[in-house]
Each structure stands twice: as structure tokens, then as C-alpha cells.
Design a protein around this ligand. Structure first.
Ligand SMILES: [Zn+2]
Length: 192
């Protein structure tokens, strides 16, 4: 009888220990998941940490035309910029702080003479400001990291967003998609 009791006690103890162990494992794994999540969030926030520089510093970094457009809300003349007709695949970054802004995948021919996109790479990378002019109110778009002027956004774009991000080439720096992912061509066997 005593033996039976101790067997029951022993198995109860084992069950308890297993349950505790499983609980600890669960807590630990969810802790890691939360930690990973936090890491990702921090990386995102880091990439959007505001870059503030004195005006003289921007003048050094940018060409006079880039400075006029990016820091003085200027507009380049239509059909004169570097990228209005650029059809290469890649990403358009902010010319001042290098934040990725637009992809060639969302670039389209708008006929306006400025590079036009229907969506930014990430919504949080592009900020919007109300631009009240003499005759009209437009929505100005800026780089959300350095506050550099990019252009304007209008509601006459193509599907699926219906938006037209009309951007100055002078505000952008194009980085061509690298071709490293392509499978290398097989070398031809040497002819005898
Ligand atoms: Zn920027």
C-alpha cells in the first residue's frame, strides 16, 4: 500500500515538473518573440530618426539646383530632370539623406515631365504637408527623415491607389537594381 502511494506521489511530481518546464519554455519563447518584435520596431524607428542639419551643411552636401528644390521648396522645369523618362528598374532614394522613397515598380508615364509614382516604398517614409499657394491648395510631399521637399501628391493617379506622386528628379537619387540574383550563363564548351 505504501509502495503504491509513493508511486502515485512520484508520478504526480513528474507531471507537475513537466507542466512547470513546459510553462517556462512557453514563457521564454514568447519572451523571445516579443524581444524580436521590439528589435524590428527599433530598427524601423532608427531608419526614420530625424536628420536635422544647419542650412550651411545642406548647401555643402547638395548641388545648387538640389538645394533650391529640396531645401527651398523649388520646382525643376518639366522634362529637364534626370529621371522623368528613366525606365530602369531600381529604387529612388532621397538625394539628401538616402532614405528609400519610391520604386520603379510604381513609376508610370504621366506625361507631366516629372517622375510620377502611384505609391511610395513605405507610407511612413513620405510625409504630407498642406501647401497653401495664391490660387490653390496642394498637398506637398516631403522626406520623412530630413524634411526635404520632394514634390506634390494629387488625386488623379492610376489604379490601384488613384494617387500621383509628382516628384522632382533633383530630390531623388536612383539606385539601379543589382543583377547579382541572375543565374550566371553557362560557359560555352571550347570548340576544337
Ligand atoms: Zn531625406
Amino acid at each position: 500500500m505504501k509502495k503504491r502511494k509513493s508511486i502515485i506521489q512520484c508520478s504526480l511530481l513528474t507531471t507537475c515538473l513537466t507542466l512547470i518546464l513546459a510553462g517556462v519554455c512557453f514563457i521564454q519563447s514568447s519572451f523571445w518573440a516579443v524581444a524580436e518584435d521590439e528589435k524590428k520596431k527599433t530598427a524601423q524607428v532608427e531608419s526614420l530618426k530625424k536628420i536635422v542639419k544647419p542650412d550651411a551643411e545642406w548647401r555643402k552636401i547638395l548641388t545648387p539646383e538640389q538645394y533650391r528644390v529640396v531645401r527651398r521648396q523649388g520646382t525643376e522645369r518639366a522634362f529637364t530632370g534626370l529621371y522623368w523618362n528613366n525606365k530602369a528598374k531600381g529604387i529612388y532614394h532621397c538625394v539628401a539623406c538616402d532614405l528609400p522613397l519610391f520604386s520603379s515598380d510604381t513609376k508610370y508615364k504621366s506625361g507631366t515631365g516629372w517622375p510620377s509614382y502611384w505609391q511610395p516604398v513605405k507610407k511612413e517614409h513620405v510625409g504630407e504637408k498642406i501647401d497653401r499657394g495664391f490660387f490653390s491648395t496642394r498637398t506637398e510631399v516631403v522626406c520623412n527623415r530630413c524634411e526635404g521637399h520632394l514634390g506634390h501628391v494629387f488625386n488623379d493617379g492610376p489604379r490601384p491607389t488613384g494617387l500621383r506622386y509628382c516628384i522632382n528628379s533633383a530630390s531623388l537619387k536612383f539606385r539601379k537594381k543589382t543583377e547579382t540574383n541572375k543565374t550566371p550563363k553557362k560557359a560555352k564548351p571550347a570548340q576544337k
